[in-house]
Every structure is written in structure tokens, then in C-alpha cells.
Design a binder for this molecule. Structure first.
Ligand code: 6K6
Length: 139
């Protein structure tokens, strides 16, 4: 299985450690193509990596190759929103996780879209349960 994990980068890196924990958990189900999203050394403003065109082309290729998409969307990110839209357009199985009690609820364009599964969580145990249930639905 190839798994595409989406989490904020330029939207802010406050949840980077959480992304790493989710990626580590997902790794038992297959290859997480976007492991770097959980890399604590990747900052929102770092500019010593590949250029944006390279990142876009590579990430869109990975998205088209993956079996399913998991996003953590508590930190608002244009890139994550774009990836979720692309995922739905490509008819990928898509799970979008977000924390309960966010100051600003996540966009209705995500929670209102019946083509993806959104799930609110309060703890990492919730995330594990939600991911397991999502995996059970994969044919
Ligand atoms: C590194 C440091 C600052 O900006 C970067 C760019 N590097 C990226 N490397 C890999 N994937 C990226 C990068 N920027 C965005 N993405 C993709 O978009 C990831 O798959 C994330 O899920 C998503 C994050 O979007 P933003 O808008 O928060 O950056």
C-alpha cells in the first residue's frame, strides 16, 4: 500500500510532532510517501530544499500513485486543502483528521464534502481507532 499523508508546512509547523506520530503509526499499513511532512527539522520558512516546482510535481505524482490519503487538518494550510481537493477529484479514499475544540472550525468545503471522511479526535487513541476503522473500509 502507498499512503499519502498531508499536514501543514507553510501553514505552520506547530503540529509537526503529531504528524510524525501519525506517520509512524500509518507505516505499519504500507509506505508513507510523504514522510518528510513529519520531519521536525522542516520549518515553515526553510528555503534550502528543492524548489516549489519540483515539490509540486513530485507531490502530485505521489498523490496520483497512492492507494489512500490521510490528512491532519487542524492547522489551516492551503497546500493540505489543495491536496484534499485533488484527492477527491482523483477518487482516492480520503480521511481528514482534525482536533476537537479548534478555535476556528475547519472549512465547510472539507467537512461538507461527502466524498471524503472527516473525523474529529480528542486523543491519539482516537486517531488510532479512526484510522483502523478507515482501513477496514478499504477493499
Ligand atoms: C519546506 C520549507 C518551507 O516550504 C517547504 C516546502 N516543502 C515541501 N516539501 C514537501 N511537501 C510539501 C512542501 N510544501 C508543501 N508540501 C505539501 O503540501 C505537503 O504534502 C503538505 O501536505 C502540504 C503542505 O502545504 P503548505 O501550504 O502548508 O505548505
Amino acid at each position: 500500500m502507498k499512503i499519502y499523508f498531508a499536514g501543514s508546512i507553510r501553514g505552520g509547523r506547530e503540529d509537526a510532532a503529531l504528524y510524525k506520530s501519525i506517520i509512524d503509526y500509518l507505516s505499519q499499513f504500507g509506505e508513507v510517501l510523504t514522510e518528510h511532512v513529519g520531519d521536525a527539522s522542516l520549518s515553515a520558512i526553510g528555503d534550502d530544499g528543492p524548489n516549489d516546482r519540483f515539490i509540486y510535481d513530485r507531490d502530485m505524482r505521489w498523490l496520483s500513485e497512492c492507494d489512500f490519503v490521510v490528512a491532519e487538518a487542524s492547522t489551516p494550510s492551503l497546500g493540505v486543502g489543495y491536496e484534499l481537493g485533488q484527492s477527491v477529484a482523483q477518487k482516492k479514499l480520503t480521511l481528514c483528521l482534525y482536533r476537537s475544540g479548534l478555535q476556528w472550525p475547519i472549512s465547510a468545503m472539507i467537512t461538507g464534502n461527502p466524498a471524503l471522511k472527516t473525523a474529529e479526535y480528542s486523543s491519539f487513541d482516537d486517531i488510532i481507532r479512526i484510522v483502523r476503522e478507515f482501513m477496514d473500509e478499504i477493499p
